[in-house]
Design a protein around this ligand. Structure first.
Ligand SMILES: Nc1nc2c(ncn2[C@@H]2O[C@H](COP(=O)(O)OP(=O)(O)OP(=O)(O)O)[C@@H](O)[C@H]2O)c(=O)[nH]1
Ligand SMILES: [Mg+2]
Length: 393
């Protein structure tokens, strides 16, 4: 941040005021190789706005950790893997996290919100990240946990894609919101990218999804969106979609919104009509009230009936008549947060009556016998991790 309380988001002209009260404690935790790369990128790109943002890199691979620019680095599986990486084995990734879970939890404590970021498909991110998220949410269900995860390119093989999707489903039971970036969709959209360019684009999207939210929470706009608004939209959301769109010219408002929500890169196969909540953050020069209205109306028409939409705006002296729309969409009807909350609460009481509401709205009480200190995927397989990971192969 410079001496005027401003930070630069990309060029001299784009100085945005940072909220005085923006003391929400944010941790960004990258797990595995791709997660660590994203952290390095964010540290570089958000240098000036990193107050109250703590960067933590977690990896089994000591070489990758030493190259990472995070201020806090945690080696997991020190005894088990001796710094050499998981060998593409998610079971090893999970066991490694278990070995050093106390170090990880200590680094993540004292936070209001945690972003977790990783590429799923190999060993460390895929195995360790869901395990860590489950521990974090069992300890403090109120903490806002948002995960940004990539699924593999087709060339990486079907087994990796299947593994990644399975673990994302697990993750949604515990994280508040999971934003999935499909590397394959990215490859289809950009056509002839070579592998290096493909990963670079994917890196940009991973860091972009996190940067967008940090900006929303930390920047002071003419119409402010704050942390509690973000929490309202993303808490217990399950899936979430994020998009950024820009446009110039006469129809810039609608076009920017369309670009943001039709940005298929970042979306999974979920229908927007199921979404009940959104945050829109609009920035630009001379943005008209009518343009903001248009953006709100159009988004509202695309989501479920009568969605709850929070709109923020800041005037930025951007290039010519460029307008930028950042949108986060959540609250998908297919996600059932009641079960998840019940599971987390049940953890502190190993045996209790659990109430679930069935599809007819009836309340059913049943005795909970599961040991919730075990991670979900261990419980489901009778504690046998070999069975679980064997099934994926
Ligand atoms: N965006 C991006 N994605 C990557 C990169 N490298 C790998 N990936 C993706 O992320 C997935 C996981 O790769 P890594 O993060 O390297 O793996 P890891 O979690 O460290 O696991 P191990 O190395 O097996 O212990 C891969 O299947 C790729 O789809 C990268 O540099 N950028
Ligand atoms: Mg690795």
């Amino acid at each position: 941040m410079n001496k005027n309380g401003l930070f630069d988001v990309g060029g001299e002209k784009n100085l945005i005021k940072v909220k005085d009260e923006a003391n929400v404690r944010i941790v960004v935790c990258g797990v595995g190789g791709a997660g660590g790369n994203t952290i390095s990128r964010l540290v570089e790109e958000l240098k000036d706005s990193s107050e109250n943002v703590k960067y933590v890199a977690v990896n089994t691979d000591i070489q990758a950790l030493s190259n990472c620019k995070a201020m806090h680095k945690i080696q997991i599986g020190k005894e088990l893997l001796k710094g050499k990486g998981s060998g593409d084995d998610p079971e090893m990734g999970m066991k490694a996290a278990d070995e050093n879970i106390n170090d990880v939890m200590a680094a993540l404590s004292k936070s209001d919100m945690i972003f977790f970021v990783a590429g799923f498909g190999k060993g460390t991110g895929t195995g360790a990240l869901p395990y860590i998220v489950e521990k974090v949410k069992s300890e403090d269900p109120d903490k806002l946990v948002v995960c940004v995860i990539t699924t593999p390119f087709y060339f990486e093989g079907r087994r990796k894609i299947k593994l990644a999707k399975q673990r994302i489903d697990e993750l949604k039971e515990f994280a508040d919101a999971v934003i999935v970036i499909s590397n394959q969709k990215l490859a289809e959209l950009y056509g002839d990218l070579n592998i290096k360019e493909g990963f670079k684009k994917s890196d940009e999207l991973l860091s972009g999804a996190i940067k967008g939210l940090i900006k929303i929470i930390k920047c002071e706009g003419e119409m402010n969106v704050d942390f509690n608004d973000v929490k309202t939209v993303l808490k217990n959301s399950g899936s979430a979609i994020m998009g950024i769109g820009r446009a110039k010219g006469q129809n810039r408002a609608q076009e920017a919104l369309r670009n943001a929500i039709e940005n298929k890169l970042i979306s999974e196969e979920i229908s927007l009509e199921e979404a009940t909540k959104a945050i829109i953050f609009i920035s630009g020069k001379d943005v008209k009230v009518s343009e903001m209205g248009m953006i709100g109306n159009e988004l509202s028409e695309r989501l479920h009936d009568d969605p709850s939409i929070i709109t923020g705006f800041y005037e930025v002296d951007m290039d010519e008549d460029l307008i930028e729309v950042v949108v986060y969409i959540g609250g998908f009807l297919s996600h059932n947060p009641i079960k998840k909350e019940e599971k987390i609460r049940a953890k502190s009481k190993p045996i209790e009556l659990r109430m679930e509401i069935d599809s007819d709205g009836n309340e059913n009480k049943s005795e909970v016998k599961e040991d919730y200190d075990e991670p979900a995927f261990k419980r489901r397989n009778g504690g046998n991790l070999d069975d679980f990971f064997g099934k994926i192969n």
